[in-house]
Design a protein around this ligand. Structure first.
Ligand SMILES: Cc1ncc(COP(=O)(O)O)c(C=O)c1O
Length: 456
């Protein structure tokens, strides 16, 4: 109940929010937040210096499951209908997910990568086309573009929000730009007003990579339902999980029909089994995965609210620690799914303690944090793709060079050096877990000089 009350308050605050990026919103969301504790004069020594760790208990595990999942899986097993061609689970899931996200159509796919690939293929994206992408994302966003021999053009990241910097997209467009592919990173939402404004003005469609942002919302609309289509992942780490799995949502019936055929070896949903509409792949979800997803969906909203309330409380605490900057949200973000809890770390507020040593010290305290992505646009594998005979033949050296120049992203490079991630499962436990995280950071800050000397 505490969490629900807090969330209502959170949404109310957002509706009245100002025009700039919202930092203080979290403060309003904290349910009966106790004042953040200052490090006492006698702060115990950090575990990395031989002190006692703040916690030894593990954070909550993932996935959460009970008899609901067991019954769902056993029912499919016993039915003998294990594939979508013969069973009704995938169809039932698609109906439920479309309703949940407020869209007309949903097509389930084998995973998030294939949701992206299928959508782009269904839209006819291919050789010679440029696609606007963020560099701060999982490689699958880029791979979907590359698999179709299209050219990813990277637009820099807004370091404050960790999302694509929408104000820089216009400068990266050319007559060859066929698609804008923003990612809603970490459960938050990209600046959809700016992106959709540009999309309309330049007549370039938008596909939302919402693989990390189930149930997140922009001005009350579900992510994935704002552009031409939205793609989701149900891979094991995701907030909605069936081990592997994916989905496309859209209000465009023709697009979903094309997508259906592509994910079904080019065979349309109706008509003869061996009528091929175009080339395609088998990227179908199984009945087992669909039944698992429907069981997992019974907890989705409660888990979401829990994460949101804990994240709000944690932000209130961490924001008061010099050198720690939690990711901000655009005012249009009315719900953040917190697939990741992300913040930036500034070593200068920690006596120059490098991020790697900070992370090591955090882990020693029992707080499993990581450094997140490295810059995708400078990945050596991309250089070899662009140097390949196929890419050279399609685009020519001059276009590839110009795309590379347009793809320089200094803010993203900096973010990749400063970011710290906590996973979503760390937000579904008790409030005390948030206190532990903040306490660990304060403790490390207090002893940063000594830790730095020791790690040299
Ligand atoms: C932003 C993003 N896009 C795409 C994907 C690909 O999803 P999947 O792993 O289900 O193929 C992921 C998965 O981690 C992702 O985080």
């Amino acid at each position: 109940m505490t969490i629900n009350r807090a969330r209502r308050k959170f949404l109310g605050t957002v509706a009245a929010g100002g025009a700039s990026i919202v930092a203080s919103r979290h403060a309003a969301a904290a349910p009966q937040a106790a004042a953040p504790k200052a490090a006492p004069l006698t702060t115990p020594r950090p575990a990395v210096l031989g002190g006692t760790p703040i916690r030894t208990a593990a954070f909550p595990g993932w996935p959460v499951q009970d008899s609901r999942e067991e019954q769902a899986m056993v029912a499919v097993l016993k039915s003998g209908k294990w594939g979508r061609g013969v069973g009704g689970q995938v169809k039932a899931f698609e109906t439920q997910y479309a309703a949940l996200t407020g869209t007309q159509h949903c097509l389930a796919t084998a995973n998030g990568t294939s949701a992206l690939l299928t959508t782009l293929a269904a839209m006819g994206i291919g050789a010679g086309d440029e696609v606007i992408v963020p560099p701060y994302t999982f490689v699958a966003t880029i791979n979907a573009v590359l698999m179709l021999h299209a050219l990813p053009v990277f637009v820099d990241t807004d370091i404050e929000t960790f999302q694509i910097d929408a104000s820089k997209i216009a400068a990266a467009l050319t007559p060859q730009t066929r698609l804008i592919l923003p990612v809603h990173l970490g459960g938050s939402v990209a600046d959809m007003d700016t992106i959709m404004g540009l999309s309309t003005a330049r007549n370039i469609p938008v596909v939302e990579d919402a693989c990390q942002s189930h149930l997140a919302q922009w001005k009350g609309r579900h992510v994935g339902s704002i552009g031409k289509a939205g793609c989701f992942s149900f891979q094991a780490s995701k907030n909605l999980n069936s081990g592997e799995g994916g989905a496309i949502i859209s209000n465009d019936q023709a697009l979903v029909d094309q997508a259906y055929a592509f994910h079904n070896n080019g065979r349309p949903g109706s008509g003869s089994d061996f009528a091929y509409r175009h080339a395609g792949l088998n990227l179908r979800l199984t009945e087992f995965q669909a039944s698992l997803l429907m069981a997992q969906m019974t907890r989705l909203e409660t888990q979401f609210a829990h994460r949101e309330a804990n994240a709000a409380y944690l932000t209130k605490q961490l924001s008061q620690i010099p050198g720690i900057s939690p990711a901000k949200m655009y005012p249009g973000v009315t719900r953040n799914a917190y697939h990741l809890y992300m913040f930036r770390y500034d070593p200068s507020a920690f006596v120059g303690l490098p991020r790697a040593a900070f992370l090591k010290a955090l882990r020693a305290e029992g707080i499993p944090a990581s450094s997140g992505y490295s810059p995708l646009n400078t990945e050596p594998f991309l250089a070899s793709v662009f140097a390949s005979t196929g890419y050279q033949r399609i685009y020519g050296a001059a276009t590839l060079k110009s795309a590379e120049e347009r793809s320089r992203t200094p803010q993203n490079d900096r973010l990749c050096e400063e970011a710290v991630w906590l996973t979503q499962t760390m937000l579904i436990g008790p409030r005390e877990d948030m206190d532990h995280i903040a306490e660990a950071v304060r403790k490390i800050q207090k002893y940063a000089g000594e830790i730095a000397r020791q790690s040299n």
